[in-house]
Design a protein around this ligand. Structure first.
Ligand code: UDX
Length: 451
Protein backbone atom coordinates (compact mmCIF):
# COMPACT_ATOMS: atom_id res chain seq x y z
CA UNK A 1 0.00 0.00 0.00
CA UNK A 2 0.95 3.66 -0.33
CA UNK A 3 1.12 5.88 2.74
CA UNK A 4 2.01 9.51 3.37
CA UNK A 5 3.07 10.67 6.82
CA UNK A 6 2.92 14.37 7.69
CA UNK A 7 5.39 15.35 10.43
CA UNK A 8 8.74 13.68 11.04
CA UNK A 9 9.03 14.02 14.82
CA UNK A 10 9.26 10.94 17.04
CA UNK A 11 5.86 9.57 16.10
CA UNK A 12 5.88 10.48 12.39
CA UNK A 13 9.41 9.38 11.63
CA UNK A 14 9.12 6.07 13.44
CA UNK A 15 5.71 5.40 11.84
CA UNK A 16 7.10 6.19 8.38
CA UNK A 17 10.17 4.01 8.78
CA UNK A 18 8.23 1.10 10.29
CA UNK A 19 5.54 1.23 7.55
CA UNK A 20 8.29 1.19 4.91
CA UNK A 21 9.90 -1.70 6.73
CA UNK A 22 6.60 -3.58 6.56
CA UNK A 23 6.80 -3.28 2.77
CA UNK A 24 4.62 -0.23 2.10
CA UNK A 25 5.59 2.67 -0.13
CA UNK A 26 5.97 5.67 2.18
CA UNK A 27 6.42 9.41 1.65
CA UNK A 28 7.24 11.45 4.76
CA UNK A 29 6.38 15.15 4.56
CA UNK A 30 7.83 17.84 6.79
CA UNK A 31 7.82 21.62 6.43
CA UNK A 32 11.43 21.86 7.62
CA UNK A 33 13.71 21.56 4.53
CA UNK A 34 16.85 20.98 6.62
CA UNK A 35 15.26 18.05 8.41
CA UNK A 36 14.00 16.63 5.12
CA UNK A 37 17.47 16.89 3.57
CA UNK A 38 19.08 15.11 6.53
CA UNK A 39 16.51 12.33 6.61
CA UNK A 40 16.62 11.86 2.84
CA UNK A 41 20.37 11.37 3.28
CA UNK A 42 19.70 8.59 5.79
CA UNK A 43 20.69 10.63 8.85
CA UNK A 44 18.22 10.23 11.74
CA UNK A 45 17.18 13.53 13.38
CA UNK A 46 16.43 11.86 16.71
CA UNK A 47 18.47 9.53 18.92
CA UNK A 48 16.52 6.29 18.77
CA UNK A 49 17.94 2.79 19.00
CA UNK A 50 17.72 0.82 15.75
CA UNK A 51 16.24 3.68 13.74
CA UNK A 52 19.33 4.69 11.73
CA UNK A 53 20.01 1.37 9.96
CA UNK A 54 16.32 0.82 9.23
CA UNK A 55 16.01 4.34 7.81
CA UNK A 56 18.98 3.90 5.45
CA UNK A 57 17.85 0.43 4.36
CA UNK A 58 14.31 1.61 3.50
CA UNK A 59 15.70 4.59 1.55
CA UNK A 60 18.16 2.35 -0.33
CA UNK A 61 15.40 -0.11 -1.17
CA UNK A 62 13.36 2.78 -2.61
CA UNK A 63 10.42 2.41 -0.23
CA UNK A 64 10.89 5.59 1.77
CA UNK A 65 11.20 9.18 0.54
CA UNK A 66 11.20 12.55 2.25
CA UNK A 67 9.83 15.82 0.91
CA UNK A 68 8.47 19.22 1.91
CA UNK A 69 5.78 19.02 -0.79
CA UNK A 70 2.35 17.63 0.14
CA UNK A 71 1.50 17.03 -3.53
CA UNK A 72 4.40 14.56 -3.82
CA UNK A 73 2.88 12.19 -1.26
CA UNK A 74 -0.78 12.79 -0.43
CA UNK A 75 -2.68 12.50 -3.73
CA UNK A 76 -1.18 9.07 -4.46
CA UNK A 77 -1.56 7.67 -0.92
CA UNK A 78 -4.16 5.14 0.22
CA UNK A 79 -3.73 6.52 3.72
CA UNK A 80 -2.41 9.90 4.90
CA UNK A 81 -1.19 10.12 8.50
CA UNK A 82 -1.08 13.31 10.53
CA UNK A 83 1.73 13.00 13.10
CA UNK A 84 2.54 16.61 13.93
CA UNK A 85 3.04 18.03 17.41
CA UNK A 86 0.24 19.17 19.70
CA UNK A 87 2.22 21.21 22.24
CA UNK A 88 0.70 22.62 25.39
CA UNK A 89 -0.73 26.12 25.00
CA UNK A 90 -0.64 28.80 27.70
CA UNK A 91 -3.87 27.41 29.25
CA UNK A 92 -2.64 23.79 29.40
CA UNK A 93 -4.74 22.80 26.37
CA UNK A 94 -3.44 20.99 23.27
CA UNK A 95 -2.47 23.52 20.62
CA UNK A 96 -4.01 22.27 17.37
CA UNK A 97 -2.40 24.84 15.04
CA UNK A 98 -0.07 22.29 13.44
CA UNK A 99 -2.80 19.66 13.09
CA UNK A 100 -5.07 22.18 11.39
CA UNK A 101 -2.29 23.40 9.06
CA UNK A 102 -1.49 19.80 8.09
CA UNK A 103 -5.18 18.98 7.48
CA UNK A 104 -5.63 22.06 5.30
CA UNK A 105 -2.46 21.34 3.32
CA UNK A 106 -3.69 17.78 2.73
CA UNK A 107 -7.05 19.18 1.56
CA UNK A 108 -5.22 21.49 -0.87
CA UNK A 109 -3.70 18.60 -2.83
CA UNK A 110 -6.16 15.69 -2.72
CA UNK A 111 -9.12 14.68 -4.83
CA UNK A 112 -11.13 11.49 -4.83
CA UNK A 113 -11.39 9.25 -1.74
CA UNK A 114 -8.80 9.92 0.96
CA UNK A 115 -8.38 8.30 4.36
CA UNK A 116 -6.78 10.69 6.88
CA UNK A 117 -5.45 9.08 10.05
CA UNK A 118 -4.60 11.15 13.11
CA UNK A 119 -1.68 9.78 15.13
CA UNK A 120 -1.05 13.03 16.99
CA UNK A 121 -2.52 13.13 20.50
CA UNK A 122 -5.63 15.27 20.08
CA UNK A 123 -8.59 16.12 22.34
CA UNK A 124 -11.84 14.24 21.73
CA UNK A 125 -13.73 15.84 18.88
CA UNK A 126 -10.61 16.81 16.94
CA UNK A 127 -10.86 14.08 14.29
CA UNK A 128 -14.26 15.44 13.31
CA UNK A 129 -12.66 18.88 12.97
CA UNK A 130 -9.82 17.37 10.92
CA UNK A 131 -12.40 16.01 8.50
CA UNK A 132 -13.92 19.49 8.18
CA UNK A 133 -10.51 21.21 7.81
CA UNK A 134 -9.53 18.83 5.01
CA UNK A 135 -12.93 19.16 3.35
CA UNK A 136 -12.84 22.98 3.49
CA UNK A 137 -9.79 22.97 1.21
CA UNK A 138 -10.49 19.93 -0.96
CA UNK A 139 -12.48 20.13 -4.20
CA UNK A 140 -16.23 19.68 -3.80
CA UNK A 141 -17.28 16.03 -3.75
CA UNK A 142 -13.99 14.69 -2.34
CA UNK A 143 -14.75 11.64 -0.19
CA UNK A 144 -12.86 12.07 3.09
CA UNK A 145 -12.79 9.53 5.91
CA UNK A 146 -10.99 10.10 9.20
CA UNK A 147 -9.51 7.53 11.56
CA UNK A 148 -8.13 8.07 15.05
CA UNK A 149 -5.07 5.88 15.59
CA UNK A 150 -3.27 7.11 18.72
CA UNK A 151 0.38 6.20 19.22
CA UNK A 152 1.73 4.67 22.43
CA UNK A 153 5.46 4.37 21.65
CA UNK A 154 8.01 5.43 24.25
CA UNK A 155 11.06 7.49 23.41
CA UNK A 156 14.24 5.51 23.65
CA UNK A 157 12.45 2.31 22.62
CA UNK A 158 10.24 3.72 19.87
CA UNK A 159 11.15 1.19 17.17
CA UNK A 160 10.87 -1.79 19.51
CA UNK A 161 7.55 -0.50 20.88
CA UNK A 162 6.08 -0.13 17.40
CA UNK A 163 6.97 -3.70 16.48
CA UNK A 164 5.82 -5.07 19.85
CA UNK A 165 2.86 -2.85 20.67
CA UNK A 166 0.31 -4.07 23.24
CA UNK A 167 -2.59 -2.86 21.11
CA UNK A 168 -3.58 -0.95 18.03
CA UNK A 169 -6.47 1.42 18.60
CA UNK A 170 -8.51 2.21 15.52
CA UNK A 171 -11.32 4.69 16.01
CA UNK A 172 -13.49 5.18 12.96
CA UNK A 173 -17.07 5.72 11.90
CA UNK A 174 -16.25 4.78 8.33
CA UNK A 175 -15.80 0.99 8.57
CA UNK A 176 -13.96 0.75 5.24
CA UNK A 177 -11.40 3.34 6.39
CA UNK A 178 -10.89 1.47 9.68
CA UNK A 179 -10.41 -1.79 7.75
CA UNK A 180 -7.79 -0.15 5.54
CA UNK A 181 -5.73 1.03 8.53
CA UNK A 182 -6.05 -2.40 10.14
CA UNK A 183 -4.76 -3.99 6.92
CA UNK A 184 -1.85 -1.56 6.73
CA UNK A 185 -0.58 -2.63 10.15
CA UNK A 186 -1.63 -6.30 9.87
CA UNK A 187 1.97 -7.61 9.46
CA UNK A 188 2.73 -6.35 12.98
CA UNK A 189 0.25 -8.91 14.36
CA UNK A 190 -0.79 -6.61 17.19
CA UNK A 191 -4.16 -7.00 19.01
CA UNK A 192 -6.63 -4.51 17.53
CA UNK A 193 -9.43 -2.62 19.27
CA UNK A 194 -11.96 -0.90 17.01
CA UNK A 195 -13.84 2.00 18.56
CA UNK A 196 -15.68 5.19 17.73
CA UNK A 197 -13.63 8.36 17.19
CA UNK A 198 -14.10 9.95 20.62
CA UNK A 199 -13.27 6.77 22.55
CA UNK A 200 -10.03 6.30 20.59
CA UNK A 201 -9.08 9.90 21.28
CA UNK A 202 -9.82 9.51 24.99
CA UNK A 203 -7.99 6.15 25.29
CA UNK A 204 -4.71 7.92 24.57
CA UNK A 205 -5.18 10.62 27.22
CA UNK A 206 -6.59 8.15 29.74
CA UNK A 207 -3.63 5.76 29.28
CA UNK A 208 -0.97 8.42 29.63
CA UNK A 209 -2.65 10.08 32.59
CA UNK A 210 -3.14 6.72 34.31
CA UNK A 211 0.58 5.91 33.96
CA UNK A 212 1.52 9.41 35.14
CA UNK A 213 -0.85 8.91 38.09
CA UNK A 214 0.87 5.62 38.96
CA UNK A 215 4.22 7.44 39.04
CA UNK A 216 2.84 10.26 41.19
CA UNK A 217 1.22 7.68 43.46
CA UNK A 218 4.49 5.88 44.11
CA UNK A 219 6.25 9.22 44.53
CA UNK A 220 3.76 10.05 47.28
CA UNK A 221 4.49 6.64 48.84
CA UNK A 222 8.17 7.71 48.78
CA UNK A 223 7.27 10.87 50.68
CA UNK A 224 5.43 8.77 53.25
CA UNK A 225 8.28 6.21 53.37
CA UNK A 226 10.74 9.05 54.06
CA UNK A 227 8.65 10.09 57.02
CA UNK A 228 8.20 6.65 58.59
CA UNK A 229 11.55 5.07 57.68
CA UNK A 230 10.20 2.59 55.09
CA UNK A 231 11.81 1.68 51.74
CA UNK A 232 9.67 2.68 48.76
CA UNK A 233 11.38 0.22 46.39
CA UNK A 234 10.25 -2.63 48.65
CA UNK A 235 6.78 -1.12 48.88
CA UNK A 236 6.62 -0.95 45.05
CA UNK A 237 7.85 -4.52 44.76
CA UNK A 238 5.27 -5.77 47.20
CA UNK A 239 2.50 -3.85 45.48
CA UNK A 240 3.63 -4.96 42.01
CA UNK A 241 3.46 -8.64 42.96
CA UNK A 242 -0.29 -8.22 42.90
CA UNK A 243 -1.05 -8.85 39.23
CA UNK A 244 -3.98 -6.44 39.40
CA UNK A 245 -1.51 -3.63 40.18
CA UNK A 246 1.51 -4.78 38.06
CA UNK A 247 5.10 -3.73 38.83
CA UNK A 248 5.36 -1.31 35.88
CA UNK A 249 5.54 2.45 36.36
CA UNK A 250 6.04 2.13 40.09
CA UNK A 251 9.58 3.51 40.18
CA UNK A 252 9.75 6.42 42.57
CA UNK A 253 12.17 9.13 41.54
CA UNK A 254 12.36 12.64 40.33
CA UNK A 255 8.90 12.78 38.76
CA UNK A 256 7.93 12.24 35.14
CA UNK A 257 9.09 14.45 32.27
CA UNK A 258 9.07 14.17 28.49
CA UNK A 259 6.79 15.27 25.74
CA UNK A 260 3.68 13.34 26.78
CA UNK A 261 2.89 12.80 30.46
CA UNK A 262 3.12 16.43 31.69
CA UNK A 263 1.26 17.79 28.65
CA UNK A 264 -1.41 15.08 28.41
CA UNK A 265 -2.24 15.09 32.13
CA UNK A 266 -2.82 18.84 32.00
CA UNK A 267 -4.73 18.59 28.72
CA UNK A 268 -7.09 15.90 30.05
CA UNK A 269 -7.77 18.05 33.10
CA UNK A 270 -8.71 20.88 30.72
CA UNK A 271 -10.78 18.59 28.49
CA UNK A 272 -12.77 17.49 31.56
CA UNK A 273 -13.15 21.07 32.75
CA UNK A 274 -14.51 22.17 29.39
CA UNK A 275 -16.93 19.25 29.52
CA UNK A 276 -18.11 20.50 32.93
CA UNK A 277 -16.28 17.99 35.13
CA UNK A 278 -13.47 18.49 37.64
CA UNK A 279 -10.85 15.78 37.07
CA UNK A 280 -9.43 15.47 40.58
CA UNK A 281 -6.79 12.83 39.79
CA UNK A 282 -5.38 14.86 36.87
CA UNK A 283 -4.82 17.89 39.09
CA UNK A 284 -3.34 15.86 41.94
CA UNK A 285 -1.02 13.91 39.61
CA UNK A 286 0.38 17.13 38.19
CA UNK A 287 0.76 18.75 41.61
CA UNK A 288 2.64 15.77 43.08
CA UNK A 289 4.94 15.71 40.04
CA UNK A 290 5.92 19.36 40.55
CA UNK A 291 6.57 18.86 44.23
CA UNK A 292 8.68 15.72 43.65
CA UNK A 293 11.33 17.56 41.63
CA UNK A 294 12.50 19.35 44.77
CA UNK A 295 12.79 16.40 47.11
CA UNK A 296 16.53 15.81 46.89
CA UNK A 297 17.42 19.50 46.76
CA UNK A 298 15.51 19.73 50.04
CA UNK A 299 17.46 16.77 51.40
CA UNK A 300 20.72 18.44 50.33
CA UNK A 301 19.68 21.68 52.03
CA UNK A 302 18.85 19.75 55.17
CA UNK A 303 22.20 17.94 54.99
CA UNK A 304 24.41 20.99 54.31
CA UNK A 305 22.39 23.87 55.76
CA UNK A 306 23.23 25.93 52.67
CA UNK A 307 24.37 25.13 49.14
CA UNK A 308 26.00 28.52 48.63
CA UNK A 309 29.25 28.28 46.64
CA UNK A 310 29.16 24.49 46.69
CA UNK A 311 30.32 22.72 43.52
CA UNK A 312 27.62 20.31 42.53
CA UNK A 313 27.78 17.79 39.70
CA UNK A 314 24.59 16.80 37.96
CA UNK A 315 24.71 13.48 36.13
CA UNK A 316 22.19 13.23 33.32
CA UNK A 317 20.14 15.88 31.55
CA UNK A 318 17.61 14.14 29.29
CA UNK A 319 14.21 13.33 30.86
CA UNK A 320 15.09 9.63 30.75
CA UNK A 321 17.89 7.42 29.39
CA UNK A 322 17.99 6.31 25.76
CA UNK A 323 16.95 9.69 24.40
CA UNK A 324 18.42 13.16 23.99
CA UNK A 325 14.99 14.74 24.45
CA UNK A 326 15.02 17.62 26.90
CA UNK A 327 11.29 18.39 26.85
CA UNK A 328 10.05 18.85 30.44
CA UNK A 329 13.30 17.30 31.68
CA UNK A 330 13.33 17.45 35.50
CA UNK A 331 17.10 18.16 35.33
CA UNK A 332 16.27 21.73 34.27
CA UNK A 333 14.25 22.51 37.39
CA UNK A 334 16.86 20.89 39.63
CA UNK A 335 19.59 23.03 38.04
CA UNK A 336 17.41 26.08 38.60
CA UNK A 337 16.80 25.19 42.27
CA UNK A 338 20.49 24.46 42.90
CA UNK A 339 21.51 27.76 41.33
CA UNK A 340 18.89 29.66 43.30
CA UNK A 341 20.54 28.22 46.40
CA UNK A 342 23.87 29.64 45.21
CA UNK A 343 25.54 26.40 44.04
CA UNK A 344 27.99 26.16 41.12
CA UNK A 345 26.68 23.49 38.77
CA UNK A 346 28.62 21.18 36.43
CA UNK A 347 26.65 18.80 34.21
CA UNK A 348 27.44 15.70 32.23
CA UNK A 349 25.19 13.66 29.96
CA UNK A 350 26.55 10.99 27.59
CA UNK A 351 24.06 11.88 24.83
CA UNK A 352 21.91 14.95 25.52
CA UNK A 353 24.56 17.64 26.15
CA UNK A 354 24.21 19.18 22.69
CA UNK A 355 20.40 19.36 22.77
CA UNK A 356 20.54 20.68 26.34
CA UNK A 357 23.14 23.40 25.72
CA UNK A 358 20.72 26.17 24.61
CA UNK A 359 18.49 25.47 27.62
CA UNK A 360 21.16 25.71 30.31
CA UNK A 361 21.97 28.90 32.21
CA UNK A 362 25.26 30.43 31.00
CA UNK A 363 27.10 29.77 34.24
CA UNK A 364 26.52 26.01 34.09
CA UNK A 365 29.68 24.14 33.10
CA UNK A 366 29.29 21.17 30.76
CA UNK A 367 31.86 18.41 31.26
CA UNK A 368 33.00 16.10 28.47
CA UNK A 369 33.12 12.92 30.49
CA UNK A 370 32.18 11.43 33.82
CA UNK A 371 35.60 11.79 35.41
CA UNK A 372 35.91 15.44 34.37
CA UNK A 373 32.44 16.14 35.80
CA UNK A 374 33.35 14.67 39.20
CA UNK A 375 36.80 16.19 39.52
CA UNK A 376 36.80 18.89 42.20
CA UNK A 377 33.10 18.54 42.90
CA UNK A 378 31.66 18.69 46.42
CA UNK A 379 28.77 16.34 45.83
CA UNK A 380 26.83 14.65 43.08
CA UNK A 381 23.19 14.47 41.96
CA UNK A 382 22.31 11.50 39.78
CA UNK A 383 19.37 12.66 37.68
CA UNK A 384 19.06 10.40 34.60
CA UNK A 385 19.72 6.70 35.01
CA UNK A 386 21.98 6.16 31.97
CA UNK A 387 23.83 2.80 31.99
CA UNK A 388 27.12 4.68 32.26
CA UNK A 389 26.01 5.99 35.66
CA UNK A 390 24.37 2.75 36.80
CA UNK A 391 27.63 0.94 36.10
CA UNK A 392 29.97 3.63 37.44
CA UNK A 393 32.62 2.82 39.97
CA UNK A 394 31.26 4.61 43.03
CA UNK A 395 34.71 4.85 44.57
CA UNK A 396 35.32 7.60 41.94
CA UNK A 397 33.00 9.79 44.00
CA UNK A 398 35.00 9.00 47.12
CA UNK A 399 38.30 9.79 45.43
CA UNK A 400 37.33 12.80 43.26
CA UNK A 401 34.69 14.69 45.28
CA UNK A 402 35.59 16.65 48.38
CA UNK A 403 32.44 15.63 50.25
CA UNK A 404 31.82 12.14 49.01
CA UNK A 405 28.06 12.37 48.94
CA UNK A 406 25.69 11.09 46.28
CA UNK A 407 22.10 12.28 45.94
CA UNK A 408 20.43 9.62 43.81
CA UNK A 409 17.17 10.83 42.24
CA UNK A 410 16.51 7.42 40.65
CA UNK A 411 17.24 4.92 43.44
CA UNK A 412 19.86 3.26 41.24
CA UNK A 413 22.18 1.94 43.95
CA UNK A 414 21.75 -0.45 46.86
CA UNK A 415 22.87 0.06 50.43
CA UNK A 416 25.61 -2.55 49.85
CA UNK A 417 26.90 -0.70 46.74
CA UNK A 418 27.33 2.58 48.57
CA UNK A 419 28.60 1.04 51.79
CA UNK A 420 31.38 -0.81 49.98
CA UNK A 421 32.35 2.41 48.15
CA UNK A 422 32.41 4.26 51.47
CA UNK A 423 30.22 7.14 50.33
CA UNK A 424 27.29 8.92 51.91
CA UNK A 425 24.07 8.32 50.05
CA UNK A 426 20.65 9.98 49.91
CA UNK A 427 17.88 8.67 47.70
CA UNK A 428 14.11 8.79 47.21
CA UNK A 429 11.84 7.18 49.78
CA UNK A 430 14.67 5.18 51.35
CA UNK A 431 16.82 5.68 54.44
CA UNK A 432 20.06 7.55 53.87
CA UNK A 433 23.33 5.62 54.17
CA UNK A 434 26.33 7.04 56.02
CA UNK A 435 29.90 5.71 56.04
CA UNK A 436 31.15 4.65 59.47
CA UNK A 437 33.57 7.53 59.87
CA UNK A 438 31.00 10.23 59.10
CA UNK A 439 29.29 11.72 62.11
CA UNK A 440 25.74 10.66 61.51
CA UNK A 441 23.42 13.59 60.89
CA UNK A 442 19.81 13.13 61.90
CA UNK A 443 17.93 11.06 59.33
CA UNK A 444 15.69 12.94 56.93
CA UNK A 445 12.64 11.15 58.26
CA UNK A 446 13.50 12.38 61.76
CA UNK A 447 13.68 15.90 60.41
CA UNK A 448 10.38 15.86 58.58
CA UNK A 449 8.74 14.41 61.65
CA UNK A 450 10.22 17.26 63.63
CA UNK A 451 12.32 14.94 65.78
C1 UDX B 1 5.18 7.91 27.49
C2 UDX B 1 4.30 6.66 27.39
O1 UDX B 1 4.94 5.55 28.06
C3 UDX B 1 4.01 6.30 25.94
O2 UDX B 1 3.10 5.20 25.89
C4 UDX B 1 3.41 7.52 25.24
O3 UDX B 1 3.19 7.26 23.87
C5 UDX B 1 4.31 8.75 25.40
O4 UDX B 1 4.56 8.98 26.79
P1 UDX B 1 7.79 8.46 27.18
O5 UDX B 1 7.42 9.85 27.58
O6 UDX B 1 8.65 8.27 25.99
O7 UDX B 1 6.45 7.60 26.90
O8 UDX B 1 8.55 7.78 28.39
P2 UDX B 1 8.26 6.73 29.58
O9 UDX B 1 9.28 5.68 29.50
O10 UDX B 1 6.85 6.32 29.63
O11 UDX B 1 8.63 7.65 30.82
C6 UDX B 1 7.95 8.88 31.08
C7 UDX B 1 8.51 9.54 32.31
O12 UDX B 1 8.11 8.85 33.49
C8 UDX B 1 10.03 9.63 32.38
O13 UDX B 1 10.37 10.91 32.89
C9 UDX B 1 10.43 8.54 33.34
O14 UDX B 1 11.64 8.80 34.00
C10 UDX B 1 9.25 8.58 34.30
N1 UDX B 1 9.01 7.30 35.01
C11 UDX B 1 8.60 6.20 34.30
C12 UDX B 1 9.14 7.24 36.39
O15 UDX B 1 9.51 8.23 37.05
N2 UDX B 1 8.85 6.06 37.03
C13 UDX B 1 8.42 4.95 36.36
O16 UDX B 1 8.17 3.93 37.02
C14 UDX B 1 8.31 5.02 34.95
Amino acid sequence: MKAAVVGTGYVGLVTGVVLARLGHQVTCIDKDPEKVAKLAGGIPTIHEEGLGPMLSACIDEGRLTFTTAYDEGCPQADVVFIAVGTPEDSEGKANLTFVRAAAESIGDVISGRTVVVTKSTVPPGTNRKVKQWVADKAPAGTDIAVVSNPEFLRQGSAVYDTFHADRLIIGAEDIRAGDLVEKLFAPLEVPVLRTDLESAELIKYASNTFLAMKISFINEMAQIADRIGADVTKVAKGMGMDRRISPDFLKAGIGYGGSCFPKDTKALTRIAEEAGYEFTYGKATDHVNDQQKNLLVEKALFRFGSLKDMNITLLGLSFKPGTDDMREAPSLSIIESLMEEGANVTVYDPVAAEKAAPLLPETVVTANDLKESLDGSDSVFLVTEWDEFKQMDLSMIASLCSQNILFDERNVFTEEDVKSAGIEYHSVGRRSVYPEEVVKTAAYYDKVQGL
